[in-house]
Design a protein around this ligand. Structure first.
Ligand SMILES: C[S@@+](CC[C@H](N)C(=O)[O-])C[C@H]1O[C@@H](n2cnc3c(N)ncnc32)[C@H](O)[C@@H]1O
Length: 316
């Protein structure tokens, strides 16, 4: 263990994502600090791996960690939707695809890019600081309605309007450039009773800005589509989500391709007909309900408590 990030549901991923052939290719779409990848490479000695991560700093650490596996491993420093958009067009197929969404502990503890509520950092929140706009651009540039909508949609924040109002009022004095100032503004905006809960009152808002800055949900949707189309016969795809917005996208992506109709599927299909000419890859959904970490994992690693793991297998 590297002391930075404890891989979530490691035992379950190894058990449920068995490569269909000994020399299968695995795509770890969220390499992070390579905890899952290292465990798969150990468990399956002929497995080959693509390790994808948008964050170059994190990937440099993973590269060092995976150096003992030599040319069994290739690296792509890009967003996973961009990776799968290209991969899908190539000749290789993936026997195993793993997504473990969100951030690694490195981001919170060491990146100094404004993901954490501890300390005071630049409001950036980009996984790849070379792409897109920093969080400060949204915080200072969106109008009150846009801010409230963003906080409601991506943060499921009950006090979205109060927080949006406070941001707009406070930034008139000087732009909001640091996490400490944003967290203080949010703390001041929520009702007193919400200031002393189990989680920091700015947690949901920080999540919302991070999702928007990195287009996290759009990227998941696009990447899942292309990843499923890139599966080898008998290939498996698994996704670990940490909040309901992510999990819902995974659930729907699997469900719309499920070849064994679940109850209610025909009803869904009737309202969202598949366009003529577009034949989607059939899947066997192996987890009717998402798997969750056991009590022992949650007590050893509280960050795992909201994890939900879904798995599907190519039907042909
Ligand atoms: C939860 S961590 C993965 C931890 C890893 N499974 C392990 O065991 O060490 C998620 C990683 O995915 C990366 N990531 C998140 N969204 C991404 C995206 N859209 N494209 C590429 N990488 C992404 C983050 O930079 C982070 O390093």
């Amino acid at each position: 263990m590297d002391g930075h990030h404890v891989s979530v549901m490691l035992r379950e991923t190894l058990e449920w994502l068995r490569p269909p052939a000994p020399d299968s290719l695995m795509v770890d779409a969220t390499l992070g600090l390579a905890g899952h990848s290292a465990a798969f490479l150990e468990r399956y000695p002929s497995l080959r791996l693509w390790g994808v991560d948008a964050d170059a700093e994190v990937q440099a650490i993973a590269r060092a960690r995976l150096s003992p596996y030599g040319d069994r491993v290739r690296f792509a420093n890009e967003y996973f939707d961009d990776f799968f958009g290209e991969f899908r067009k190539g000749g290789e197929k993936a026997g195993v695809v793993l997504f473990d969404f969100g951030l690694s502990m490195y981001h919170f503890r060491e990146s100094r890019r404004g993901f954490s509520l501890q300390g005071d950092e630049q409001l950036d929140m980009r996984l790849d600081p070379g792409t897109g706009r920093p969080a400060s651009a949204l915080v200072n540039g969106m109008n009150e309605r846009e801010l409230a909508k963003l906080l409601e949609e991506y943060g499921e924040e009950p006090f979205a309007w109060r927080i949006a109002q406070a941001i707009v009022r406070e930034r008139k004095g000087a732009p909001i450039e640091s996490t400490g100032r944003l967290a203080d503004i949010i703390r001041g905006a929520v009702p007193a009773a919400a200031r002393h809960g189990r989680i920091h009152p700015a947690t949901r808002s920080f999540q919302a800005f991070r999702i928007a800055v990195n287009d996290e949900l759009g990227r998941i949707r696009r990447a899942l589509d292309d990843a499923i189309e890139s599966l080898a016969p008998g290939g498996v795809v698994g996704a670990i989500s940490f909040h309901s917005l992510e999990d819902r996208i995974v659930k729907l992506a699997f469900r719309e391709r499920a070849v064994r109709p679940e109850r209610g599927r025909f009803k869904d299909a009737a309202v969202t007909p598949i366009p003529l000419g577009e034949v989607k890859r059939g899947l066997l959904v192996l987890t009717k309900k998402p798997l969750e970490p056991g009590e022992d994992e949650v007590s050893a690693n509280p960050a795992s408590r909201s994890a939900k793991f879904r798995v599907a297998k190519a039907a042909d």
